[in-house]
Design a protein around this ligand. Sequence first.
Ligand SMILES: Nc1ncnc2c1ncn2[C@@H]1O[C@H](COP(=O)(O)OP(=O)(O)OP(=O)(O)O)[C@@H](O)[C@H]1O
Ligand SMILES: [Mg+2]
Length: 250
Amino acid sequence: MIIDKLSKRYGSKTVVDSISIEIPKRAVTSMIGPNGAGKSTVFNMLARLIARDAGIVDFNGKDIEKWKSKELAKKIAILTQSNNIQMKLTVRELVAFGRFPYSGSRLTEEDEAIISKAIAYLELQDIQHQFIDEISGGQRQRAYIAMVIAQDTEYILLDEPTNNLDIYHATNMMKIVRRLCDELDKTVILVLHEINYAAFYSDYICALVDGRVAKFGTVDEVMTKEVLSSIYNVEFEIMRIEGKPLSIYY
Ligand SMILES: Nc1ncnc2c1ncn2[C@@H]1O[C@H](COP(=O)(O)OP(=O)(O)OP(=O)(O)O)[C@@H](O)[C@H]1O
Ligand SMILES: [Mg+2]
């Protein structure tokens, strides 16, 4: 994905201001930055959920706005920040939703196997026959992530996937993301608030501030005291665990 001078305005306010970056393939890239920095707006343009005002998102050699929806759905799976399907579905039925672009309404044995695997990844086996409006917020978040994974697309885009998740499930989710990239060659784009998850489990970080790219680079390039302190206006210390930079802020 090549993002070139991408911009978005709401009324007179420019919320994404001429962003240009190239998202590396078969890697995990996390977008970080303060509330209101424009992360979800960029994310939604990459996912083609909203139209841009200027610039271009080149996806596999073609302007993303020119892709047919059905073709794009085979390539990109999306979890938005406000995922909310208003249907009486069980967890398993929700995850099965992810297979529809391929199989129509009839699920093959292969589909069922992929669905079961996604459910197992997110440790949802015990609640797979419960309705999604009758489980906890974190369980529901995991069900949505399983739905996205079950789509088995080349690109996986998750806006704040750790929302509502306890530390165990959030870490498990990040480990799954790592495996999707390392073992299944997926390209993953995340929006994250927990910068240490971004640091530990991503390859690249894009830090946005006020609709602009404050810093884009490898984890080591972005996770410095100077860069982080300027982005968030709090004091940071950086320590290293397993060779990776982790931040402490106070
Ligand atoms: N539909 C909209 N109409 C008007 N303004 C909007 C709309 N969507 C977003 N904005 C504005 O654009 C700016 C960026 O919002 P965005 O949701 O992209 O931020 P974010 O970085 O994802 O923040 P958060 O961390 O809170 O999710 C904000 O000032 C927001 O008020
Ligand atoms: Mg957001």
